[in-house]
Design a protein around this ligand. Structure first.
Ligand code: LLP
Length: 421
């Protein structure tokens, strides 16, 4: 459930009419709902209670500092994968002891930044990283708390580009070598092993792959303890999928996911961390765009929008589906028409949907892409020198621009001319 509903025939974000935001900031833009972010965060905390736990929002899915502050104020932790994300979490006022650092290629500079600024734990992904972190921690005279990410060799049954838990993927250490790697970690100075980390992929629409992975983590916990390691924390990653097409998707609910966690690892006495991104942010945001032209082609009609693949790349990159709805509520049983929904960028890949049945819309009308909060704004680019679009946060009946659209001057001034020109 989200808070983007029609009221009096007009799409609203909570109690704000979308056309009012469009009039204030122009199109296209992203708009996020505080109530939806809050609701989704609480679904997880409720699903995991009474286990001791921390829900660490995967910043990569939606990293605007105002969104992070909204979640941070509720008590959320943050999962970061770069120096930039770490600094965003800090800028949102999240204390270091609620920030976990994931990622397959952390640099020594990033390690130094987090060790100096405060960190809950590093999720280490390889032996070379273990050694680098040990060196950095020793050079700073501190101890780095770590988990080691294991690759459980489980098929997440999701899009191949976002599956991470098979042995051929670049992530984590093979679970079969865990004893060896944990033994090395225990020997290295400057490291304190506290737990195990696993993340098998994103947009999972079944629980069974999680179950397989978490059972393996439970076995590994017992084995590592018998080998003398202290395992007090399990980071179970993110990945729970969301319904993108309202008509037919029904991914598992956070309550079922929570019950699965309790069933598989709940009796180990560990503190549980999870790293959901999409389930918290995905349906908490929409992308609003305007129809520039309706173009009648040969055998097909094109809806040409002012948003393009540079603003929302998921359809071109993963063939992802986003529901597209008119901002003015269509009358019940209104006629529909099949459109190819496209943007103005100069390549055929700039297509949001092919042969999509939509209520009749005309030039100048507003449309909204649903479920665009996660991996939308964060993956945007300025391809075709199209300015990054604004982000707006709604709270009840008011809204604020939380990232402005840059001016063309700002964009052009970033380029500099070398002395010989
Ligand atoms: N933890 C780790 C270590 C991750 O790599 C990810 C996502 C998450 C947590 C959060 O996963 P989520 O709960 O959001 O599924 N750009 C792609 C998704 C990439 C996901 C990358 N890792 C998309 O638009 O579908």
């Amino acid at each position: 459930m989200d808070h983007f509903l029609y009221k009096n025939g007009v799409l609203h974000a909570e109690d704000v009419a979308i056309p009012d935001i469009a009039a204030a900031v122009g199109t296209p833009f992203y708009v996020y709902s505080t109530a939806t972010l809050t609701r989704h965060y609480h679904l997880f905390t409720e699903a995991l209670s009474p286990l001791p736990h921390l829900v660490c929002f995967a910043i990569k899915s939606l990293s605007n500092v105002a969104v992070l502050k909204t979640l941070g104020n509720l008590g959320a932790g943050m999962d970061v994968v770069s120096a930039g994300e770490y600094l965003r979490a800090k800028a949102a006022g999240v204390p270091g002891d609620r920030i976990v650092f994931s990622g397959v290629g952390k640099t020594r500079d990033e390690m130094r930044l987090a060790l100096t600024g405060g960190i809950r734990q590093f999720n280490v992904e390889s032996e070379p990283e273990l050694r680098a972190l040990s060196e950095v921690a020793v050079s700073l005279g501190v101890t780095a708390p770590i988990t080691i990410r294991v690759n459980p060799d489980v098929d997440a049954k999701t899009h191949e580009k976002i599956a991470t838990g098979k042995k051929e993927n670049k992530f984590g250490i093979p679970i079969s070598r865990a004893s060896e790697v944990y033994a090395e970690a225990a020997r290295l100075p400057g490291l304190q092993v506290i737990g195990i980390d696993v993340h098998i992929g994103s947009q999972l629409t079944e629980l069974e792959p999680f179950e397989q992975a978490y059972l393996k983590v439970a076995d590994l916990t017992r084995r590592l303890r018998s080998e003398g390691h202290t395992i007090t924390r399990l980071d179970l990653g993110g990945g729970l999928g969301i319904p993108y097409a309202r008509s037919n998707d029904a991914p598992p609910l956070p309550t079922d996911y929570g019950a699965l966690i309790k069933r598989t690892v709940g009796d180990l006495g560990c503190e549980i961390e999870i790293e959901p991104g999409r389930l918290i942010s995905g349906n908490a945001g929409i992308l609003v765009s305007k129809v520039i032209y309706v173009k009648n082609g040969e055998g097909r009609d094109f809806l040409i929008l002012d948003a393009a693949m540079n603003d929302l790349v998921r359809p071109s990159m993963y063939g992802a589906h986003h529901d597209i709805i008119p901002v003015a509520e269509p009358p019940v049983a209104a006629p529909t028409q099949e459109f190819d929904v496209v943007g103005p960028v100069c390549e055929t890949g700039d297509t949001f949907a092919k042969g999509r049945d939509l209520p009749l819309v005309a030039e100048g009308d507003l449309v909204a892409f649903r479920s665009a909060g996660a991996y939308g704004a964060v993956m945007a680019s300025e391809y075709n020198t199209r300015p990054l679009i604004p982000e707006v946060l709604v709270h009840g009946d008011h809204f604020a621009v939380i990232r402005e659209r840059p001016t063309f001057d700002e964009i052009l001034n970033r380029d500099t001319i070398p002395p010989w020109l």
